[in-house]
Write a new protein. Sequence first.
Length: 343
Amino acid sequence: MRVIAAAVALALGAAACATSRPTRSPATSSSPAGSVTGGAASAAPGAGAPNSLPGAGRPRVMLGDKNFAEQFVLGELYMQALQARGFSVELNRNIGPTEVTIQALQSGRIDIYPEYLGTWNTKVAGYHRVFQTLSGAYRAAQRYAVGRGLRLLDPTPFSNTGAIAVTPVYAKAGGVRTIADLGRVAHALTLGGPLQFAQLPALERSYNFVPAAFKALEGGAQYQALDAGAVQAAEVNTTDGQLIVPDYQLLSDPRHVFGWGNVVPVVPAKVLAAEGPAFAATINEVDSLLSTSVMRALNASVDLAHQDPALVARQFLLAHGVLPIQSGSSGSSGSSGGGARTG
């Protein structure tokens, strides 16, 4: 656990040192075509009287997130950053599966929630093709959203998708760097993954390999199985907290079978209009800080170190200057438990 804690501190500390928030406007950050950037916030977070903040007097916002650690952290990050800029925000956790969430969004029971780009494109928009670029996937997603009175905010730098992990020793011994390389070792390969590994057939077709054996594993058990040699490769998630240490290596997916897992906050256009440009700008600013290494460290803090997501989010936002140091608000306490990633 000390190793995990040290790795978390290193990852988050490096991210904070690399960030120069005061000189960057969220509205000018690089983002795919068609993104909703909003305008820059009118004042530093927490500066001035409460009624001078850009969110003061705006309608209350109901923010939803899904029922696992990464979403808990995202919900807290958004809520605390928005509250620091005067917005009135409530957080509704465990908003249910995607189809229920969309109904809640359209009916006004929630106003915004973080979705994964691949989940949006497949489960909501119903696209069945593989997008070769992030910008192409985002444009298609935004086109569908706009046609239904919704908007997608900027995608996060991190992408949470499935992935195939091996140990560095196995990768070096077998010359394995991409999923395609598994074809050379498939005759002796035991692949671990969930019992319902929906993407396995597509991986086998796209990369022309069939493992010698498949071992069903419960969520979270993949890393122990790799450590013990019970499997040589395992399906994991790219933002798993266990990946903050160099004990595992992810194989690249050049054909993008696992798709794009960047988070795109979904919000009705009428909510954006009512909340003003600082609303989208604040969320986009927070999301711009979330690299893969940062998200792994935040997830490790909650999933592995069992810290409160509200505290994890607050410390991160303070370190990056999104929250004022003098603020006494810590957001909602929330649940510290993680869970299986459901997308």
